[in-house]
Write a protein that binds this ligand. Structure first.
Ligand code: KIV
Ligand code: NA
Length: 264
């Protein structure tokens, strides 16, 4: 089957079909998610936390993300792969944003890019889409701005709903093909989803968005410790990997591995 196109996602919205999205940063997860039927994979700047071990997404660079984008593209046949533009690579304005987006398309080989910001990034979204590159926007809580926002906080509560709604309208008008709504009250996400012609992708935005995204290590329980309330763990990969590692270590120490069948 052919690759998913942005057009297919708009059609899905028109038909009322919901779709799942996951992050991916490497070939094995990319190929598993692709074959399991995830239509959109995001090489998120959350690689900062989930691959490189930074505290926030602020330090990660295009140089660090581009090899991960290439790996995910190479490992997939069906999914539309979105490359996340890192902090500092698009804020200066449309020229810088377009330059970085072109790099992600040419060097990363992805099929779309994503950036954070609503009204303040409308000019960047217009410049990138104007050059023929699909853009997924990201509004509500935007992790690259966590120091300005003051931590992981729900955005758009009470009167602030109007700000998130204005951001949603602005990114759709600027030409985005989809918009991530992160940590937005369910009622606000529902309203935006009903109003916009483009799909909404929720993360901590309730059940009424057109799509849902999770960081794969959260979804599969590779990351341990306290997870945000919007995370659901569908597996215990951390437990499975810890168990496998302990058994391997024990067998090496006990002289049980390798056995005759592993030996030339
Ligand atoms: O980088 C990321 O993982 C994201 C998603 C959570 C939307 O931006
Ligand atoms: Na991101």
């Amino acid at each position: 089957t052919r690759r998913v196109r942005t057009r297919d996602l708009i059609t899905a919205k028109e038909r009322g079909e919901r779709w799942p999205m996951l992050t991916s940063y490497d070939q094995y997860t990319a190929s598993i998610f692709d074959q399991a039927g995830i239509p959109v994979l995001l090489v998120g700047d959350s690689a900062a936390n989930n691959v490189f071990g930074y505290e926030t997404t602020v330090p990660v660079t295009a140089e660090e993300l581009l090899p991960l984008v290439r790996a995910v593209v190479r490992a997939t046949r069906h999914a539309l792969v979105v490359g996340d533009l890192p902090f500092g690579s698009y804020e200066e304005g449309p020229t810088q944003a377009l330059r970085t987006a072109v790099r992600f398309m040419k060097e990363g080989g992805c099929h779309a890019v994503k950036l954070e910001g609503g009204r303040r990034c409308a000019a960047q979204i217009a410049a990138i889409t104007g050059a023929g590159i699909p853009v997924m926007a990201h509004i509500g809580f935007t992790p690259q701005s966590e120091h300005a926002i003051g931590g992981y906080r729900v955005q758009g509560r009470g009167d602030a709903a109007d700000d998130v709604i204005a951001d949603a309208r602005a990114v759709a008008e600027a030409g985005a093909f989809a918009v991530v709504l992160e940590m937005v009250p369910g009622e606000v996400a529902k309203r935006i989803t009903a109003e916009l012609p483009i799909p909404t992708v929720g993360i901590g935005a309730g059940a009424d968005t057109d799509a849902q995204v999770l960081v794969w290590q959260d979804m599969a329980g590779l990351r341990t410790g306290k997870a945000p309330r919007f995370v659901k763990r569908y597996a215990d990969l951390a437990g499975a990997l810890t168990d496998a590692t302990r058994r391997f270590a024990d067998e090496v120490r006990g002289g049980d591995f390798p056995a005759a069948e592993h030996t030339f």
